[in-house]
Design a binder for this molecule. Structure first.
Ligand SMILES: C[S@@+](CC[C@H](N)C(=O)[O-])C[C@H]1O[C@@H](n2cnc3c(N)ncnc32)[C@H](O)[C@@H]1O
Length: 239
């Protein structure tokens, strides 16, 4: 599965990077909503986990943050470095494995946008995020909405975390994208079990600009969410 995900993103990387600034689902749905959960960027140490071609990182750097990013796709990491012109630190890394190169309590904020559905078991990833976040720091994630995925993949096994596949046609040649669909409980409980306090759950709506570019999906996304954004805090003290 992991190899298939890497191959898919390696083959998509150039096109993804070329479209990311204005692709409606990213630019006018995910990003404005996910960014609305970020309290402060200036001077903050931010980790962009599964950074893709570094678009979020670019926004953080433009706003005065100190940025580290990683992605499992080597081509995506190269594109993140090119986009950010040597600013920030980017490396190839798999979200589901430990990050010994990053120190305990070294980040004010971790963002993981549209990537956790590639990881079957969130436990080890969230443990690492918790370790490297400063007390009082935030983890902001965006994921595919569990209800959207349940209907989109026509699942009959709501309560399971199951492998699913869809074919993306919006990036040139069709590419099969493998991921894991999970129930709502499996999106929330791993955060709480690993010590985070969930402080915001946002079922996003597209911003107005989306309508001009893709009126059909604008209407659909105002009727039913495709994504979900969560903000969780590492408490400043533990009992
Ligand atoms: C939909 S893109 C999102 C990119 C970026 N976060 C954004 O929102 O612009 C998903 C990214 O997750 C990366 N990815 C998938 N599985 C991963 C894993 N196990 N570890 C790290 N990155 C992964 C892909 O290579 C891809 O760049």
């Amino acid at each position: 599965m992991k190899q298939k995900i890497i191959e898919a993103y390696e083959s998509l990387a150039e096109r993804y990077n070329a479209l990311i600034d204005h692709k409606p689902h990213n630019a006018y749905y995910d990003r404005p909503n996910t960014l609305s959960l970020i309290p402060e960027m200036k001077g903050q140490h931010i980790l962009d986990a599964a950074c893709g071609p570094g678009k979020y990182a670019e926004i953080f750097l433009d706003n005065g943050a100190i940025v580290t990013g990683f992605d499992i796709s080597p081509r995506m990491v190269e594109l993140a470095i090119e986009r950010n012109k040597g600013n920030g630190t980017f490396f190839v890394h798999d979200l589901s494995t430990p990050l010994p190169q990053l120190q305990d309590a070294s980040f004010d904020l971790i963002i993981c946008a549209l990537a956790l559905h590639y990881v079957e078991d969130w436990g080890p990833t969230l443990k690492e995020f918790y370790r490297i976040l400063k007390p009082g720091g935030y983890l902001v994630i965006s994921i595919e909405h569990p209800f959207f995925e349940f209907t989109y993949f026509q699942s009959t096994r709501y309560f399971e975390t199951e492998p699913v596949m869809c074919t993306w046609k919006g990036f040139g040649k069709p590419v099969d994208i493998h991921s894991f669909r999970r129930p709502l409980e499996a999106c929330i409980m791993p955060l709480l079990i690993n010590g985070f306090q969930l402080d915001t759950l946002l079922e996003p709506k597209p911003v107005e600009k989306f309508k001009e570019l893709d009126p059909k999906h604008y209407r659909e996304l105002n009727e039913f969410p495709a994504f979900m954004c969560l903000r969780a805090k590492k408490p400043t003290f533990t009992l």
